[in-house]
Design a protein around this ligand. Structure first.
Ligand code: FAD
Ligand code: DLZ
Ligand code: SF4
Length: 516
Protein backbone atom coordinates (compact mmCIF):
# COMPACT_ATOMS: atom_id res chain seq x y z
CA UNK A 1 0.00 0.00 0.00
CA UNK A 2 1.23 3.52 -0.85
CA UNK A 3 1.21 6.04 2.01
CA UNK A 4 0.17 9.53 0.95
CA UNK A 5 -0.14 12.78 2.87
CA UNK A 6 -3.48 14.15 1.70
CA UNK A 7 -6.19 12.50 -0.30
CA UNK A 8 -7.78 15.52 -2.02
CA UNK A 9 -11.39 14.68 -2.92
CA UNK A 10 -12.75 16.92 -5.70
CA UNK A 11 -16.47 16.79 -6.53
CA UNK A 12 -18.07 17.29 -9.93
CA UNK A 13 -19.03 20.91 -9.23
CA UNK A 14 -15.61 21.86 -7.84
CA UNK A 15 -13.65 21.80 -11.11
CA UNK A 16 -11.48 24.83 -10.47
CA UNK A 17 -7.70 24.92 -10.18
CA UNK A 18 -8.23 27.53 -7.44
CA UNK A 19 -10.52 25.26 -5.38
CA UNK A 20 -9.56 25.45 -1.69
CA UNK A 21 -8.92 21.70 -1.37
CA UNK A 22 -5.97 22.10 -3.79
CA UNK A 23 -4.37 24.92 -1.76
CA UNK A 24 -0.90 23.89 -0.60
CA UNK A 25 -1.03 20.54 -2.37
CA UNK A 26 2.16 18.84 -3.51
CA UNK A 27 1.96 16.34 -6.39
CA UNK A 28 4.82 14.42 -4.76
CA UNK A 29 2.91 13.90 -1.52
CA UNK A 30 -0.79 14.15 -2.29
CA UNK A 31 -3.25 12.22 -4.45
CA UNK A 32 -6.44 13.60 -5.99
CA UNK A 33 -9.61 11.50 -5.92
CA UNK A 34 -12.47 12.01 -8.38
CA UNK A 35 -15.35 9.64 -9.03
CA UNK A 36 -18.40 9.30 -11.24
CA UNK A 37 -21.04 7.66 -9.07
CA UNK A 38 -24.59 6.43 -9.64
CA UNK A 39 -25.80 7.92 -6.37
CA UNK A 40 -25.07 11.47 -7.57
CA UNK A 41 -26.54 10.85 -11.02
CA UNK A 42 -29.76 9.36 -9.66
CA UNK A 43 -30.61 10.85 -6.23
CA UNK A 44 -32.81 12.87 -8.51
CA UNK A 45 -32.97 11.78 -12.15
CA UNK A 46 -30.85 14.57 -13.64
CA UNK A 47 -31.24 15.65 -17.27
CA UNK A 48 -28.85 13.55 -19.42
CA UNK A 49 -27.14 16.73 -20.72
CA UNK A 50 -26.30 17.70 -17.14
CA UNK A 51 -24.79 14.28 -16.40
CA UNK A 52 -22.83 14.33 -19.66
CA UNK A 53 -21.57 17.85 -18.98
CA UNK A 54 -20.39 16.98 -15.48
CA UNK A 55 -18.76 13.68 -16.39
CA UNK A 56 -16.97 15.14 -19.40
CA UNK A 57 -15.84 18.24 -17.49
CA UNK A 58 -14.60 15.97 -14.65
CA UNK A 59 -12.60 13.82 -17.07
CA UNK A 60 -11.05 16.89 -18.70
CA UNK A 61 -10.22 18.42 -15.33
CA UNK A 62 -8.57 15.17 -14.19
CA UNK A 63 -6.41 15.25 -17.35
CA UNK A 64 -5.40 18.85 -16.65
CA UNK A 65 -4.35 17.93 -13.11
CA UNK A 66 -2.35 14.99 -14.43
CA UNK A 67 -0.58 17.33 -16.85
CA UNK A 68 0.36 19.41 -13.80
CA UNK A 69 1.99 16.31 -12.30
CA UNK A 70 -0.76 15.11 -9.97
CA UNK A 71 -1.71 11.51 -9.48
CA UNK A 72 -5.47 11.46 -10.02
CA UNK A 73 -7.36 8.41 -8.85
CA UNK A 74 -10.40 8.61 -11.14
CA UNK A 75 -13.32 6.15 -11.09
CA UNK A 76 -15.38 6.02 -14.22
CA UNK A 77 -19.06 5.15 -13.82
CA UNK A 78 -18.70 1.81 -15.57
CA UNK A 79 -15.54 0.67 -13.74
CA UNK A 80 -16.33 -2.82 -12.38
CA UNK A 81 -15.26 -2.00 -8.82
CA UNK A 82 -16.99 1.44 -8.66
CA UNK A 83 -18.79 1.49 -5.30
CA UNK A 84 -21.53 3.79 -6.62
CA UNK A 85 -21.42 6.50 -3.95
CA UNK A 86 -19.12 9.21 -2.61
CA UNK A 87 -18.80 7.37 0.72
CA UNK A 88 -18.10 4.01 -0.92
CA UNK A 89 -15.50 5.45 -3.32
CA UNK A 90 -13.76 7.36 -0.55
CA UNK A 91 -13.62 4.26 1.62
CA UNK A 92 -11.99 2.28 -1.21
CA UNK A 93 -9.47 5.06 -1.83
CA UNK A 94 -8.57 5.33 1.86
CA UNK A 95 -7.84 1.61 1.86
CA UNK A 96 -5.59 2.00 -1.20
CA UNK A 97 -3.68 5.11 -0.14
CA UNK A 98 -3.86 5.18 3.68
CA UNK A 99 -3.71 9.01 3.71
CA UNK A 100 -2.85 11.05 6.79
CA UNK A 101 -6.00 13.06 6.08
CA UNK A 102 -8.71 13.65 3.51
CA UNK A 103 -9.05 17.25 2.28
CA UNK A 104 -12.23 18.42 0.68
CA UNK A 105 -13.96 21.71 -0.10
CA UNK A 106 -17.37 22.14 1.51
CA UNK A 107 -20.11 20.91 -0.82
CA UNK A 108 -22.99 22.82 -2.39
CA UNK A 109 -25.65 20.59 -0.87
CA UNK A 110 -26.72 19.96 2.70
CA UNK A 111 -27.20 16.28 1.87
CA UNK A 112 -23.52 15.92 0.93
CA UNK A 113 -22.31 17.94 3.92
CA UNK A 114 -24.12 15.48 6.19
CA UNK A 115 -22.22 12.65 4.49
CA UNK A 116 -18.89 14.45 4.81
CA UNK A 117 -19.36 15.21 8.48
CA UNK A 118 -19.85 11.51 9.17
CA UNK A 119 -16.77 10.36 7.26
CA UNK A 120 -14.09 11.05 9.89
CA UNK A 121 -15.83 8.64 12.24
CA UNK A 122 -17.08 6.02 9.81
CA UNK A 123 -13.89 5.87 7.73
CA UNK A 124 -11.44 6.28 10.64
CA UNK A 125 -9.47 9.01 8.92
CA UNK A 126 -9.29 12.78 9.66
CA UNK A 127 -11.35 14.80 7.17
CA UNK A 128 -10.61 18.53 6.69
CA UNK A 129 -13.63 20.32 5.23
CA UNK A 130 -12.47 23.66 3.82
CA UNK A 131 -14.55 26.76 2.98
CA UNK A 132 -15.50 27.24 -0.66
CA UNK A 133 -13.67 30.43 -1.70
CA UNK A 134 -15.59 30.76 -4.97
CA UNK A 135 -18.16 33.00 -3.30
CA UNK A 136 -17.76 36.70 -2.51
CA UNK A 137 -19.64 36.25 0.76
CA UNK A 138 -18.78 33.37 3.07
CA UNK A 139 -21.49 31.48 4.92
CA UNK A 140 -20.50 33.05 8.24
CA UNK A 141 -20.37 36.55 6.75
CA UNK A 142 -23.90 36.12 5.37
CA UNK A 143 -25.15 34.80 8.71
CA UNK A 144 -23.66 37.90 10.41
CA UNK A 145 -25.32 40.18 7.83
CA UNK A 146 -28.70 38.46 8.32
CA UNK A 147 -28.55 38.45 12.11
CA UNK A 148 -30.99 40.84 13.78
CA UNK A 149 -32.65 41.82 10.49
CA UNK A 150 -36.40 41.33 10.64
CA UNK A 151 -36.49 41.06 6.84
CA UNK A 152 -33.77 40.16 4.40
CA UNK A 153 -33.75 42.03 1.11
CA UNK A 154 -31.42 41.27 -1.77
CA UNK A 155 -31.07 44.91 -2.80
CA UNK A 156 -29.32 45.93 0.45
CA UNK A 157 -27.14 42.85 0.45
CA UNK A 158 -26.18 43.59 -3.16
CA UNK A 159 -25.04 47.12 -2.29
CA UNK A 160 -22.74 45.67 0.36
CA UNK A 161 -21.30 43.26 -2.21
CA UNK A 162 -20.69 46.16 -4.62
CA UNK A 163 -18.83 47.98 -1.87
CA UNK A 164 -16.91 44.86 -0.92
CA UNK A 165 -15.80 44.00 -4.46
CA UNK A 166 -15.50 47.59 -5.73
CA UNK A 167 -17.35 46.50 -8.88
CA UNK A 168 -18.92 49.47 -10.72
CA UNK A 169 -18.01 51.84 -7.89
CA UNK A 170 -16.67 55.38 -8.04
CA UNK A 171 -15.22 55.74 -4.58
CA UNK A 172 -18.17 55.17 -2.23
CA UNK A 173 -20.76 55.94 -4.92
CA UNK A 174 -22.29 53.57 -7.46
CA UNK A 175 -21.28 54.10 -11.07
CA UNK A 176 -23.90 56.25 -12.82
CA UNK A 177 -25.30 57.53 -9.51
CA UNK A 178 -27.75 54.63 -9.01
CA UNK A 179 -27.35 51.11 -7.66
CA UNK A 180 -29.91 49.55 -9.97
CA UNK A 181 -30.90 50.27 -13.58
CA UNK A 182 -33.75 47.76 -13.83
CA UNK A 183 -36.22 50.44 -14.85
CA UNK A 184 -34.46 50.38 -18.24
CA UNK A 185 -34.48 46.59 -18.41
CA UNK A 186 -38.07 45.52 -18.96
CA UNK A 187 -38.51 45.68 -22.70
CA UNK A 188 -40.70 43.03 -24.35
CA UNK A 189 -39.07 40.89 -27.04
CA UNK A 190 -39.60 42.08 -30.55
CA UNK A 191 -40.11 39.20 -33.00
CA UNK A 192 -37.89 40.81 -35.64
CA UNK A 193 -34.96 40.93 -33.25
CA UNK A 194 -31.67 40.21 -34.95
CA UNK A 195 -30.02 37.45 -32.93
CA UNK A 196 -26.33 36.71 -33.34
CA UNK A 197 -25.66 33.03 -33.65
CA UNK A 198 -24.89 31.47 -30.31
CA UNK A 199 -21.49 29.84 -30.08
CA UNK A 200 -21.21 26.25 -28.82
CA UNK A 201 -18.44 23.68 -28.49
CA UNK A 202 -18.34 20.54 -30.65
CA UNK A 203 -17.85 17.33 -28.62
CA UNK A 204 -14.27 15.96 -28.63
CA UNK A 205 -13.42 12.26 -28.22
CA UNK A 206 -13.69 12.38 -24.43
CA UNK A 207 -17.12 14.01 -24.59
CA UNK A 208 -18.25 11.58 -27.29
CA UNK A 209 -17.35 8.64 -25.05
CA UNK A 210 -19.32 10.22 -22.19
CA UNK A 211 -22.30 10.86 -24.46
CA UNK A 212 -22.33 7.17 -25.41
CA UNK A 213 -22.19 6.17 -21.74
CA UNK A 214 -24.95 8.58 -20.70
CA UNK A 215 -27.09 7.61 -23.68
CA UNK A 216 -26.88 3.96 -22.61
CA UNK A 217 -27.25 4.34 -18.85
CA UNK A 218 -29.74 7.19 -18.38
CA UNK A 219 -32.31 6.50 -21.09
CA UNK A 220 -35.22 6.81 -18.66
CA UNK A 221 -34.32 10.33 -17.55
CA UNK A 222 -36.26 13.34 -18.87
CA UNK A 223 -34.36 15.25 -21.54
CA UNK A 224 -32.57 15.00 -24.86
CA UNK A 225 -28.84 14.40 -25.38
CA UNK A 226 -29.02 15.54 -29.02
CA UNK A 227 -26.84 18.45 -30.18
CA UNK A 228 -24.73 18.55 -27.01
CA UNK A 229 -22.52 21.64 -27.36
CA UNK A 230 -21.53 22.57 -23.81
CA UNK A 231 -17.98 23.66 -23.05
CA UNK A 232 -16.29 21.07 -20.85
CA UNK A 233 -13.05 22.87 -19.92
CA UNK A 234 -12.20 26.20 -18.33
CA UNK A 235 -10.61 27.31 -21.62
CA UNK A 236 -13.76 26.40 -23.57
CA UNK A 237 -15.97 28.23 -21.08
CA UNK A 238 -13.71 31.28 -21.34
CA UNK A 239 -14.28 31.36 -25.12
CA UNK A 240 -18.04 31.32 -24.52
CA UNK A 241 -17.70 34.12 -21.95
CA UNK A 242 -15.76 36.23 -24.44
CA UNK A 243 -18.34 35.66 -27.15
CA UNK A 244 -21.20 36.51 -24.75
CA UNK A 245 -19.50 39.77 -23.74
CA UNK A 246 -18.96 40.73 -27.39
CA UNK A 247 -22.30 39.58 -28.84
CA UNK A 248 -25.06 39.44 -26.22
CA UNK A 249 -24.04 41.52 -23.21
CA UNK A 250 -24.74 44.87 -24.91
CA UNK A 251 -28.45 43.94 -25.14
CA UNK A 252 -28.57 41.80 -21.96
CA UNK A 253 -30.29 44.49 -19.91
CA UNK A 254 -33.06 45.43 -22.26
CA UNK A 255 -33.90 41.83 -23.22
CA UNK A 256 -33.59 40.33 -19.74
CA UNK A 257 -37.31 39.81 -19.11
CA UNK A 258 -38.39 39.03 -22.67
CA UNK A 259 -39.46 35.65 -24.13
CA UNK A 260 -39.53 34.73 -27.79
CA UNK A 261 -40.67 31.41 -29.37
CA UNK A 262 -37.95 31.51 -32.03
CA UNK A 263 -35.08 32.16 -29.61
CA UNK A 264 -34.80 30.30 -26.29
CA UNK A 265 -31.66 32.20 -25.27
CA UNK A 266 -32.08 35.85 -26.38
CA UNK A 267 -29.27 37.83 -24.71
CA UNK A 268 -28.78 35.57 -21.71
CA UNK A 269 -25.28 34.35 -21.03
CA UNK A 270 -25.77 30.56 -20.63
CA UNK A 271 -22.85 30.70 -18.24
CA UNK A 272 -24.51 29.35 -15.08
CA UNK A 273 -23.44 25.76 -15.94
CA UNK A 274 -19.79 26.78 -15.97
CA UNK A 275 -19.90 29.15 -13.02
CA UNK A 276 -21.64 26.59 -10.80
CA UNK A 277 -19.33 23.71 -11.79
CA UNK A 278 -16.13 25.71 -11.27
CA UNK A 279 -15.04 26.22 -14.90
CA UNK A 280 -15.55 29.98 -14.57
CA UNK A 281 -14.93 32.06 -11.47
CA UNK A 282 -17.92 34.33 -10.76
CA UNK A 283 -15.84 37.31 -9.71
CA UNK A 284 -13.60 36.99 -12.80
CA UNK A 285 -16.74 36.95 -14.95
CA UNK A 286 -17.98 40.16 -13.30
CA UNK A 287 -14.59 41.85 -13.71
CA UNK A 288 -14.59 40.91 -17.39
CA UNK A 289 -18.01 42.56 -17.74
CA UNK A 290 -16.82 45.66 -15.87
CA UNK A 291 -13.83 45.96 -18.23
CA UNK A 292 -16.20 45.84 -21.23
CA UNK A 293 -18.31 48.59 -19.67
CA UNK A 294 -15.28 50.78 -18.88
CA UNK A 295 -14.05 50.32 -22.44
CA UNK A 296 -17.39 51.70 -23.66
CA UNK A 297 -18.41 48.41 -25.28
CA UNK A 298 -21.59 47.81 -23.25
CA UNK A 299 -24.12 50.14 -21.65
CA UNK A 300 -24.33 50.52 -17.89
CA UNK A 301 -27.84 49.04 -17.59
CA UNK A 302 -26.54 45.78 -19.10
CA UNK A 303 -23.29 45.65 -17.12
CA UNK A 304 -24.98 46.53 -13.82
CA UNK A 305 -27.92 44.17 -14.44
CA UNK A 306 -25.58 41.28 -15.19
CA UNK A 307 -23.23 41.91 -12.27
CA UNK A 308 -26.24 42.19 -9.92
CA UNK A 309 -27.39 38.70 -10.92
CA UNK A 310 -24.05 37.27 -9.84
CA UNK A 311 -22.80 39.20 -6.81
CA UNK A 312 -26.36 40.07 -5.77
CA UNK A 313 -28.85 37.29 -6.46
CA UNK A 314 -26.48 34.34 -6.71
CA UNK A 315 -24.66 35.16 -3.47
CA UNK A 316 -27.88 36.08 -1.64
CA UNK A 317 -29.55 32.83 -2.68
CA UNK A 318 -26.62 30.80 -1.44
CA UNK A 319 -26.60 32.70 1.85
CA UNK A 320 -30.30 32.00 2.40
CA UNK A 321 -29.82 28.29 1.60
CA UNK A 322 -27.19 27.73 4.28
CA UNK A 323 -28.98 29.98 6.75
CA UNK A 324 -32.29 28.12 6.48
CA UNK A 325 -31.35 24.49 5.80
CA UNK A 326 -32.37 21.81 6.58
CA UNK A 327 -35.88 23.07 7.42
CA UNK A 328 -36.11 25.18 4.25
CA UNK A 329 -36.69 22.13 2.06
CA UNK A 330 -39.97 21.30 3.81
CA UNK A 331 -41.63 24.73 4.10
CA UNK A 332 -45.07 25.14 2.58
CA UNK A 333 -46.48 28.48 3.73
CA UNK A 334 -49.42 28.38 1.33
CA UNK A 335 -50.14 24.69 2.06
CA UNK A 336 -50.16 23.89 -1.64
CA UNK A 337 -50.69 20.17 -2.17
CA UNK A 338 -51.54 19.41 -5.79
CA UNK A 339 -49.25 16.92 -7.59
CA UNK A 340 -47.11 18.17 -10.43
CA UNK A 341 -49.07 17.82 -13.69
CA UNK A 342 -47.80 15.24 -16.10
CA UNK A 343 -47.18 17.86 -18.79
CA UNK A 344 -44.15 19.15 -16.89
CA UNK A 345 -42.55 15.91 -18.10
CA UNK A 346 -44.25 15.35 -21.45
CA UNK A 347 -44.80 18.91 -22.66
CA UNK A 348 -48.19 17.68 -23.85
CA UNK A 349 -50.47 20.58 -23.03
CA UNK A 350 -52.29 23.20 -25.04
CA UNK A 351 -51.02 25.90 -22.66
CA UNK A 352 -48.61 27.22 -25.26
CA UNK A 353 -46.29 29.13 -22.92
CA UNK A 354 -45.80 26.11 -20.65
CA UNK A 355 -45.44 23.75 -23.62
CA UNK A 356 -42.75 25.99 -25.13
CA UNK A 357 -40.71 26.23 -21.94
CA UNK A 358 -40.99 22.51 -21.13
CA UNK A 359 -39.92 21.51 -24.63
CA UNK A 360 -36.99 23.95 -24.62
CA UNK A 361 -36.02 22.59 -21.21
CA UNK A 362 -36.14 19.03 -22.55
CA UNK A 363 -33.94 19.98 -25.51
CA UNK A 364 -31.39 22.24 -23.83
CA UNK A 365 -31.47 21.47 -20.06
CA UNK A 366 -31.90 25.24 -19.93
CA UNK A 367 -34.56 27.90 -19.70
CA UNK A 368 -33.83 31.51 -18.89
CA UNK A 369 -34.81 33.21 -15.67
CA UNK A 370 -38.14 34.72 -16.70
CA UNK A 371 -39.25 31.45 -18.26
CA UNK A 372 -38.42 29.60 -15.01
CA UNK A 373 -40.04 32.25 -12.83
CA UNK A 374 -43.02 33.53 -14.79
CA UNK A 375 -44.06 30.50 -16.88
CA UNK A 376 -43.40 27.13 -15.21
CA UNK A 377 -42.93 28.68 -11.74
CA UNK A 378 -45.91 31.04 -11.99
CA UNK A 379 -48.18 28.26 -13.27
CA UNK A 380 -47.20 25.94 -10.38
CA UNK A 381 -47.73 28.76 -7.86
CA UNK A 382 -51.16 29.70 -9.20
CA UNK A 383 -52.29 26.08 -9.52
CA UNK A 384 -51.21 25.28 -5.96
CA UNK A 385 -48.66 22.57 -6.77
CA UNK A 386 -46.79 21.12 -3.78
CA UNK A 387 -43.54 23.13 -3.57
CA UNK A 388 -41.40 20.06 -2.94
CA UNK A 389 -42.62 18.48 -6.21
CA UNK A 390 -41.79 21.72 -8.03
CA UNK A 391 -38.36 21.78 -6.35
CA UNK A 392 -37.61 18.23 -7.48
CA UNK A 393 -38.60 19.04 -11.07
CA UNK A 394 -36.28 22.04 -11.23
CA UNK A 395 -33.41 20.09 -9.68
CA UNK A 396 -33.83 17.34 -12.29
CA UNK A 397 -34.27 19.31 -15.47
CA UNK A 398 -31.69 22.11 -15.51
CA UNK A 399 -27.99 21.57 -16.13
CA UNK A 400 -27.08 24.38 -13.72
CA UNK A 401 -29.18 22.95 -10.85
CA UNK A 402 -27.58 22.19 -7.51
CA UNK A 403 -29.70 22.35 -4.43
CA UNK A 404 -27.93 25.41 -2.92
CA UNK A 405 -29.03 27.58 -5.84
CA UNK A 406 -32.14 25.80 -7.10
CA UNK A 407 -33.99 25.33 -3.80
CA UNK A 408 -34.20 28.97 -2.61
CA UNK A 409 -35.05 30.10 -6.14
CA UNK A 410 -37.92 27.62 -6.28
CA UNK A 411 -39.14 27.41 -2.69
CA UNK A 412 -38.54 31.06 -1.83
CA UNK A 413 -38.59 33.20 -4.94
CA UNK A 414 -40.95 31.26 -7.17
CA UNK A 415 -43.36 29.40 -4.88
CA UNK A 416 -43.43 31.81 -1.91
CA UNK A 417 -43.35 28.70 0.27
CA UNK A 418 -41.19 30.47 2.87
CA UNK A 419 -43.90 33.09 3.43
CA UNK A 420 -41.77 35.98 2.18
CA UNK A 421 -38.42 35.38 3.88
CA UNK A 422 -36.44 35.60 0.62
CA UNK A 423 -38.65 37.89 -1.45
CA UNK A 424 -41.23 40.48 -0.56
CA UNK A 425 -44.19 39.21 -2.59
CA UNK A 426 -45.23 36.19 -4.65
CA UNK A 427 -44.26 36.27 -8.33
CA UNK A 428 -47.85 35.67 -9.45
CA UNK A 429 -49.14 37.01 -12.76
CA UNK A 430 -52.06 36.55 -15.11
CA UNK A 431 -51.94 36.13 -18.88
CA UNK A 432 -51.49 39.85 -19.53
CA UNK A 433 -47.95 39.82 -18.20
CA UNK A 434 -47.01 36.83 -20.38
CA UNK A 435 -48.66 38.44 -23.39
CA UNK A 436 -46.72 41.67 -22.84
CA UNK A 437 -43.34 40.00 -22.39
CA UNK A 438 -43.56 37.20 -25.00
CA UNK A 439 -44.97 36.17 -28.34
CA UNK A 440 -46.40 32.92 -26.92
CA UNK A 441 -50.06 33.95 -26.82
CA UNK A 442 -50.52 34.58 -30.54
CA UNK A 443 -50.38 30.86 -31.37
CA UNK A 444 -52.08 29.58 -28.23
CA UNK A 445 -55.44 27.84 -28.32
CA UNK A 446 -56.47 29.94 -25.31
CA UNK A 447 -57.48 33.58 -25.62
CA UNK A 448 -55.34 35.79 -23.43
CA UNK A 449 -57.90 38.60 -23.57
CA UNK A 450 -60.71 36.42 -22.23
CA UNK A 451 -61.00 36.39 -18.47
CA UNK A 452 -63.19 33.39 -17.80
CA UNK A 453 -64.72 30.42 -19.57
CA UNK A 454 -63.33 27.34 -21.30
CA UNK A 455 -61.44 29.24 -24.01
CA UNK A 456 -60.00 31.92 -21.71
CA UNK A 457 -56.31 31.97 -20.85
CA UNK A 458 -56.12 29.79 -17.71
CA UNK A 459 -53.63 32.15 -16.05
CA UNK A 460 -56.35 34.81 -15.79
CA UNK A 461 -58.82 32.96 -13.58
CA UNK A 462 -56.04 31.09 -11.77
CA UNK A 463 -54.44 34.40 -10.80
CA UNK A 464 -57.54 35.73 -9.04
CA UNK A 465 -58.41 32.35 -7.60
CA UNK A 466 -54.89 32.11 -6.14
CA UNK A 467 -55.27 35.49 -4.43
CA UNK A 468 -58.74 34.58 -3.21
CA UNK A 469 -57.73 31.13 -1.93
CA UNK A 470 -54.75 32.54 -0.07
CA UNK A 471 -56.30 35.80 1.07
CA UNK A 472 -55.91 35.04 4.78
CA UNK A 473 -52.18 34.60 4.31
CA UNK A 474 -51.49 37.28 1.72
CA UNK A 475 -53.90 40.16 2.12
CA UNK A 476 -51.77 41.91 4.73
CA UNK A 477 -48.78 41.95 2.35
CA UNK A 478 -48.35 45.64 1.56
CA UNK A 479 -47.25 45.04 -2.01
CA UNK A 480 -50.47 43.14 -2.70
CA UNK A 481 -52.70 45.86 -1.30
CA UNK A 482 -53.71 47.30 -4.71
CA UNK A 483 -54.61 43.89 -6.20
CA UNK A 484 -56.73 42.92 -3.22
CA UNK A 485 -58.41 46.30 -3.54
CA UNK A 486 -59.24 45.53 -7.19
CA UNK A 487 -60.58 42.08 -6.20
CA UNK A 488 -62.71 43.73 -3.52
CA UNK A 489 -64.21 46.16 -6.05
CA UNK A 490 -65.40 43.39 -8.40
CA UNK A 491 -69.02 42.33 -8.26
CA UNK A 492 -69.85 39.06 -6.51
CA UNK A 493 -70.85 37.66 -9.92
CA UNK A 494 -67.43 38.51 -11.42
CA UNK A 495 -65.62 36.93 -8.49
CA UNK A 496 -67.87 33.87 -8.83
CA UNK A 497 -67.00 33.55 -12.53
CA UNK A 498 -63.30 33.61 -11.76
CA UNK A 499 -63.70 31.02 -9.00
CA UNK A 500 -65.78 28.77 -11.23
CA UNK A 501 -63.41 29.00 -14.21
CA UNK A 502 -60.42 28.24 -12.01
CA UNK A 503 -62.22 25.32 -10.35
CA UNK A 504 -63.13 23.82 -13.73
CA UNK A 505 -59.54 24.15 -14.95
CA UNK A 506 -58.05 22.72 -11.75
CA UNK A 507 -60.45 19.79 -11.82
CA UNK A 508 -58.95 18.85 -15.19
CA UNK A 509 -55.46 19.00 -13.75
CA UNK A 510 -56.20 16.77 -10.78
CA UNK A 511 -55.18 13.21 -11.24
CA UNK A 512 -52.37 14.22 -13.59
CA UNK A 513 -49.37 12.26 -12.30
CA UNK A 514 -45.83 11.63 -13.41
CA UNK A 515 -45.82 8.93 -16.04
CA UNK A 516 -42.66 9.46 -18.04
P1 FAD B 1 -28.14 35.07 -17.14
O1 FAD B 1 -29.51 35.59 -17.31
O2 FAD B 1 -27.17 35.31 -18.21
O3 FAD B 1 -27.60 35.66 -15.75
C1 FAD B 1 -26.20 35.71 -15.45
C2 FAD B 1 -25.84 34.88 -14.25
O4 FAD B 1 -26.43 35.40 -13.07
C3 FAD B 1 -26.27 33.43 -14.30
O5 FAD B 1 -25.37 32.66 -15.06
C4 FAD B 1 -26.26 33.05 -12.84
O6 FAD B 1 -24.98 32.68 -12.42
C5 FAD B 1 -26.63 34.36 -12.14
N1 FAD B 1 -28.03 34.40 -11.72
C6 FAD B 1 -29.03 35.09 -12.29
N2 FAD B 1 -30.15 35.00 -11.55
C7 FAD B 1 -29.85 34.21 -10.51
C8 FAD B 1 -30.60 33.72 -9.41
N3 FAD B 1 -31.88 34.04 -9.22
N4 FAD B 1 -29.99 32.89 -8.56
C9 FAD B 1 -28.70 32.55 -8.72
N5 FAD B 1 -27.95 32.99 -9.74
C10 FAD B 1 -28.51 33.81 -10.61
N6 FAD B 1 -29.87 29.25 -11.28
C11 FAD B 1 -28.96 28.27 -11.20
O7 FAD B 1 -27.77 28.52 -11.39
N7 FAD B 1 -29.34 27.01 -10.91
C12 FAD B 1 -30.64 26.67 -10.70
O8 FAD B 1 -30.94 25.52 -10.44
C13 FAD B 1 -31.62 27.69 -10.79
N8 FAD B 1 -32.93 27.41 -10.61
C14 FAD B 1 -33.86 28.43 -10.71
C15 FAD B 1 -35.20 28.11 -10.49
C16 FAD B 1 -36.16 29.12 -10.56
C17 FAD B 1 -37.60 28.81 -10.29
C18 FAD B 1 -35.77 30.45 -10.85
C19 FAD B 1 -36.77 31.51 -10.91
C20 FAD B 1 -34.43 30.74 -11.07
C21 FAD B 1 -33.47 29.73 -11.00
N9 FAD B 1 -32.10 30.01 -11.22
C22 FAD B 1 -31.18 29.01 -11.10
C23 FAD B 1 -31.65 31.38 -11.45
C24 FAD B 1 -31.55 31.78 -12.95
O9 FAD B 1 -32.77 31.51 -13.57
C25 FAD B 1 -30.41 31.07 -13.65
O10 FAD B 1 -29.21 31.29 -12.94
C26 FAD B 1 -30.23 31.59 -15.07
O11 FAD B 1 -31.42 31.41 -15.79
C27 FAD B 1 -29.09 30.87 -15.74
O12 FAD B 1 -29.01 31.23 -17.09
P2 FAD B 1 -27.90 32.23 -17.64
O13 FAD B 1 -26.54 31.74 -17.25
O14 FAD B 1 -28.17 32.42 -19.08
O15 FAD B 1 -28.23 33.51 -16.80
C1 DLZ C 1 -24.50 16.47 -10.31
C2 DLZ C 1 -23.42 15.45 -10.25
C3 DLZ C 1 -23.56 14.26 -10.96
C4 DLZ C 1 -24.70 14.02 -11.88
N1 DLZ C 1 -22.63 13.30 -10.89
C5 DLZ C 1 -21.54 13.47 -10.12
C6 DLZ C 1 -20.55 12.46 -9.99
O1 DLZ C 1 -20.68 11.37 -10.52
N2 DLZ C 1 -19.47 12.73 -9.25
C7 DLZ C 1 -19.28 13.92 -8.62
O2 DLZ C 1 -18.24 14.12 -7.98
N3 DLZ C 1 -20.23 14.87 -8.67
C8 DLZ C 1 -21.34 14.68 -9.41
N4 DLZ C 1 -22.31 15.64 -9.46
C9 DLZ C 1 -22.14 16.85 -8.64
C10 DLZ C 1 -22.53 16.53 -7.18
O3 DLZ C 1 -23.89 16.11 -7.15
C11 DLZ C 1 -22.32 17.79 -6.33
O4 DLZ C 1 -20.94 17.91 -6.12
C12 DLZ C 1 -23.00 17.71 -5.01
O5 DLZ C 1 -24.38 17.72 -5.19
C13 DLZ C 1 -22.62 18.87 -4.10
O6 DLZ C 1 -23.00 20.10 -4.67
FE1 SF4 D 1 -49.97 31.12 -21.91
FE2 SF4 D 1 -52.41 32.21 -21.68
FE3 SF4 D 1 -50.72 33.17 -23.46
FE4 SF4 D 1 -51.79 30.75 -23.83
S1 SF4 D 1 -52.87 32.70 -23.80
S2 SF4 D 1 -49.64 31.33 -24.11
S3 SF4 D 1 -51.91 30.01 -21.73
S4 SF4 D 1 -50.47 33.20 -21.25
Amino acid sequence: MVKVRHLVFILGDQLSSAISSLDGTDPELDVVLMCEVMEEATYVRHHPKKIAFIFSAMRHFADELRQRGFTVDYSMLDAPDNAGSFSGELERAIKRFDPEAVRITEPGEWRVLQMMEAWAETLHCPVDILPDKRFVCSRSEFAAWAKNRAQLRMEYFYRDMRRKTGLLMRGDEPEGGRWNFDAENRKPASPDLFALKRQGVAPDAVTQEVLDLVGRRFKAHFGSLENFDFAVTAAGAQVLLDSFVADQLPTFGEQQDAMLSSDPFLSHSLLSFYINAGLLDPLDVCRRVEVAYLAGDVPLNSAEGFIRQIIGWREYIRGVYWLKMPDYRAVNFLEADRPLPDFYWTGETDINCVRTVVSETRDHAYAHHIQRLMITGNFALLAGIRPQAVHEWYLEVYADAYEWVELPNVIGMSQFADGGFLGSKPYAAGGNYIHRMSDYCGTCRYDVKKKTGESACPFNALYWDFLDRNAEKLKRNQRLGPVYATWGKMTEAQRGDYRQSAAAFLAKLDGAVRTY
